[in-house]
Every structure is written in structure tokens, then in C-alpha cells.
Design a binder for this molecule. Structure first.
Ligand code: MN
Length: 162
């Protein structure tokens, strides 16, 4: 029996403040976190990831300009995308509820093992996104600055906005 691997997408979003929307397909929707600094391939970095509302899978391909006066106004590019596998002990739904997800990403920029962990004692859902230590970890790389372009159009946020 074979099953389609779930999808992930990272959309770079120049809204009121720049952030990266990190989304994992869980239970037919895209569970989403806003990561202000974006993902780091250095396992020593813990990147703040604020859980935001689930998005429809139909949003995964969106890049363009969300008009002024609309929720999320600003420019969006598809910064990375691919599929992932659950490496947690339970289901993805259980991991989401328990505040600990372990996934293996197969994207165009991001690969390997990643963890998302909810911080305790926070009012809002504050999580940390971390690269795990494996062959895809690279403290010397910085994909956010080295590869700013869309994996769909090849354009940067600045190019798309003009
Ligand atoms: Mn956003």
C-alpha cells in the first residue's frame, strides 16, 4: 500500500512585518506558523514560530500581492515547497496537540530533520522551529539570505512587488 506524502510549503510574506509562513499538511489543512526570521539550517538556532490559523491547501501555490486593506496585505512568494514525512512517535495530529512535531522535509531548499516544539507557559501558541543534527544541517549556510527567490517564479519579493 502506498500513500501520497503530505505537502509542506514556506511562503515568504512581506506584510506589516516580514515573516515566513511555514505550513505542514495535517488532517487535510495546512497547519501554519509565522516565523519572523525564517528557517535556519544551523541546529544551534531556535527560530520563534507563532502558530497562526490553518490555511486551505489551495493557498499553497499563491504568490502575488494581497491588496491594501485586506487581511495579510503585502507580497507573498512561494519560498520553498515539497513533501514531508512524520518522524514523531504518534500521528501528526497528536504531535500538533501535544506541542511536539518531528518531520523530515524534502523541499527544494530545506531538507532533512526538523522539529517544532511549543513553548510552555505562553499565552499565545509560541513554538520553536529547529533544524535537527543530520547531514542536511549546515551552520555555515543561511538559506534565507542566500536563496531569497521564489521556487515557482524565480523572483524575489522585491521583484514581484514592482
Ligand atoms: Mn503571513
Amino acid at each position: 500500500m502506498s500513500r501520497r506524502d503530505p505537502k509542506f510549503v514556506v511562503q515568504k510574506h512581506a506584510a506589516t512585518s516580514l515573516h515566513y509562513d511555514f505550513r505542514l499538511e495535517i488532517g487535510g489543512v495546512m497547519a501554519s506558523w509565522a516565523v519572523p526570521k525564517g528557517p535556519s539550517t544551523d541546529p544551534a538556532d531556535k527560530r520563534l514560530a507563532m502558530r497562526v490559523e490553518d490555511h486551505s491547501m489551495s493557498w499553497n501555490d499563491f504568490e502575488g500581492v494581497i491588496p491594501e486593506g485586506t487581511y495579510g496585505a503585502g507580497t507573498v512568494i512561494v519560498w520553498d515547497r515539497g513533501s514531508f514525512r512524520n518522524e514523531g512517535e504518534g500521528s501528526l495530529e497528536e504531535g500538533l496537540a501535544e506541542g511536539h512535531l518531528r518531520v523530515w522535509l524534502e523541499g527544494e531548499k530545506l531538507r532533512g530533520g526538523w522539529s517544532l516544539r511549543r513553548m510552555k507557559g505562553q499565552q499565545k501558541e509560541s513554538w520553536l522551529l529547529m533544524k535537527r543534527r543530520d547531514e542536511a544541517a549546515d551552520p555555515s549556510a543561511d538559506p534565507v539570505t542566500e536563496r531569497p527567490e521564489s521556487v515557482v517564479s524565480g523572483k524575489t519579493i522585491e521583484e514581484l512587488a514592482t
